[in-house]
Design a protein around this ligand. Structure first.
Ligand SMILES: Nc1ncnc2c1ncn2[C@@H]1O[C@H](COP(=O)(O)OP(=O)(O)OP(=O)(O)O)[C@@H](O)[C@H]1O
Length: 229
């Protein structure tokens, strides 16, 4: 039986009072890798923000990792976000501390106490993104691609049920984008569910997967044509 980690029914997404997307009917099952595409301003980020409760769901139904977005209370938001791993275009690492301290900070903020367990977890997520030896570096000592690997490692810390990646390759050159995509593919192969907003059609062609498109205030699934040989 498919196991939905995200399900929207007849939902509308708003920015303040302005309607961005309507009649949103979307389902993502455990283990899926799903792209979210669409022109600038078509609503991808607004949709993502609704998923991690940065925007409220005012109309329709939305369930994500066992939380009901319609009835979600302010106090529940940190618990929802603990079950999500969010990766942004601009990495959002804390620049005043090392990679290890960035990761430690998140573990501490999410209730981890045992020092040995924390170190083990940090080593494990850094290994998953190929950055095992970079724990003592500061973000400014890393390339953009390396910083994004650390941001992905940070997203993995609490074993999220869904990873939301909003333009994760948006600041990276094509070769580095492919390397980041390989990391995301590997994580997906190991069972993580990923929703990735992107403008990068080259990645879609190279790594075809279920694709949702935002256009004219709607979200719909697009069928990808096979790449021409
Ligand atoms: N903070 C905000 N307040 C009001 N309106 C906003 C806000 N952020 C975005 N919007 C509007 O919501 C609509 C959707 O924007 P959104 O950022 O979701 O699009 P997007 O597809 O993610 O675009 P991009 O690819 O440029 O990030 C646009 O019309 C935009 O002007």
């Amino acid at each position: 039986m498919p196991n939905p980690v995200l399900e929207f029914k007849d939902a509308s997404i708003f920015q303040g009072d302005s309607l961005v997307l309507s009649d949103v009917n979307v389902k993502i099952n455990k283990g899926d890798f799903v792209y979210l595409i669409g022109k600038t301003g078509s609503g991808k980020s607004s949709f993502m923000k609704t998923l991690y409760a940065d925007l409220p769901l005012k109309s329709g139904e939305g369930h994500i990792v066992d939380f009901d977005l319609k009835t979600l209370k302010e106090k529940d938001i940190p618990f929802l976000r603990r079950k999500l791993g969010v990766v942004f275009q601009d990495f959002k690492l804390l620049t005043d501390r090392t990679v290890n301290d960035n990761l430690h900070f998140v573990l501490k903020a999410t209730g981890w106490k045992d020092k040995a367990e924390m170190s083990k977890k940090i080593e494990s997520v850094l290994t998953k993104v190929g950055m095992k030896t970079s724990g003592f570096k500061f973000p400014h000592e890393l390339s953009g691609g390396e910083q994004q690997r650390i941001a992905i490692a940070r997203a993995l810390l609490n074993d999220p049920e869904l990873i939301l990646a909003d333009e994760p390759t948006g600041n990276l050159d094509p070769q580095t984008s492919v390397e980041i995509m390989e990391v995301l593919q590997e994580i997906n192969k190991n069972g993580n569910t990923i929703l990735m907003a992107t403008h990068d059609y080259a990645l879609l062609l190279k790594y075809p997967s279920k694709t949702l498109k935002c256009d004219e205030n709607q979200v719909f699934e697009v069928v990808q044509r096979k790449a021409q040989v």
